[in-house]
Design a protein around this ligand. Structure first.
Ligand code: KG4
Ligand code: ZN
Length: 328
């Protein structure tokens, strides 16, 4: 079954064709990110205008890259929520019109759940699996960390997601972006801080870690404020180092994410942790969770870096599950 996925929830316009819920035949992503950079964040009005300009071209290219024609598409999937309303509207309307014209089913997908499903996607031509969940069996714990979200889920199957924890203030990507702005590192902040932190072998700075004992929730606004106060106090003085501040900030965020998500696996006796979202591209988070996960007997999975960011392959993949019996 070939599903055409459409993703337009923020500044990326993406279309992808995924076969049988796993094999990515094409994944085309256009973005208006460059136009937002000078503002230090996404401007919704600009994002939705670009969605409208890109959607036709991106979809046609996804079909062409897959080596298919529109008649070979069996269903159309689209991100319904959450996201910027103007951007979402472009994808939802476009997908609805296309499904109507092609007389194919239309499947609405939740963007955050799709970020977790990205773990099940493989490149074209990869060996086939016996059933969707063969290599990463459910039930599992899911961790979505992005610019807008920080959520822990208990996942019985891909129709049943239960939120067990979420951020009480900033999302981790949002904290990265705000700290990058304070440090004058540009937007988005995640990749820059990630690279700077890697250039530092050790730092004696220690920012607060919101453990929120007894709860599966997160909080990242305190560390952001601590970075601000640190800079106000020490910027310009001897020994002040932006890479060291970046490394200490990253350590504070990463250690809490790793420790709390594995604690959720332990308390619920789950042996699979599925991570997704833009911050899942972070090298330090990937390394830390792999190491601690192995020690704890938890199989930790991350999507390939290109599928951590917003993309339509995850949307097409998750939609396939909706067409199948619950056990895949
Ligand atoms: O999932 P995504 O593309 O969009 C949302 O749904 O929010 O995530 C974007 C977020 C941005 O905040 C960006 O700074 C962060 O992901 N990000 C990273 C890294 N790459 C992107 N954060 C930490 N380390 C990275 N390497
Ligand atoms: Zn996202």
């Amino acid at each position: 079954m070939n599903i055409l996925g459409i993703e337009t929830s923020c500044d990326e316009t993406s279309a992808s064709i995924v076969r049988d819920g796993r094999e990515v035949l094409s994944n085309v992503v256009a973005t208006s990110l460059g136009e937002h950079q000078k503002f230090g964040g996404i401007i919704p009005e600009i994002a939705s205008r670009r969605q409208l300009e890109y959607i036709n071209i991106v979809t046609a290219k996804a079909v062409e890259d897959a080596g298919l024609a529109m008649k070979d598409i069996d269903a159309i999937a689209v991100t319904k929520s959450p996201g910027l309303i103007g951007s979402l509207l472009v994808g939802i309307t476009f997908a609805g019109a296309l499904a109507y014209a092609l007389k194919k089913p239309l499947i609405h997908v939740n963007h955050i759940h799709a970020h977790i499903y990205a773990n099940y996607l493989v490149e074209r031509g990869s060996p086939r699996f016996e059933g969707i969940y063969a290599d990463l069996p459910l039930p599992a714990i899911g961790l979505v960390v992005s610019g807008g979200h920080s959520s822990l889920f208990s996942i019985k199957d891909f129709r049943h997601f239960r939120v067990i924890g979420q951020t009480r203030d900033d999302a981790p990507g949002e904290a990265y972006d705000k700290v990058a702005r304070i440090l004058d590192l540009g937007y988005p902040g995640g990749p820059v801080i990630d690279a700077l932190a890697r250039s530092v072998s050790a730092t004696d700075i220690k920012f607060p870690r919101a453990e929120l004992a007894g709860s599966d929730d997160f909080s990242f606004s305190g560390v952001k404020t601590a970075v601000l106060y640190h800079i106000r106090k020490y910027a310009g003085s001897a020994g002040y180092s932006v890479p060291k501040v970046a490394a200490a900030f990253q350590e504070s965020v990463i250690s809490v994410l790793a420790q709390k998500s594995l604690a959720a696996c332990r308390s619920r006796k789950r042996h699979v942790l599925l991570v997704g979202g833009g911050v899942a591209a972070n090298t330090s988070l990937r390394e830390r969770l792999q190491t601690l996960g192995t020690a704890a007997g938890v199989k930790v999975s991350f999507p390939p870096i290109s599928l951590c960011m917003d993309n339509a392959a995850m949307v097409a993949g998750l939609a396939y599950v909706r067409t199948r019996p619950v056990d895949g």
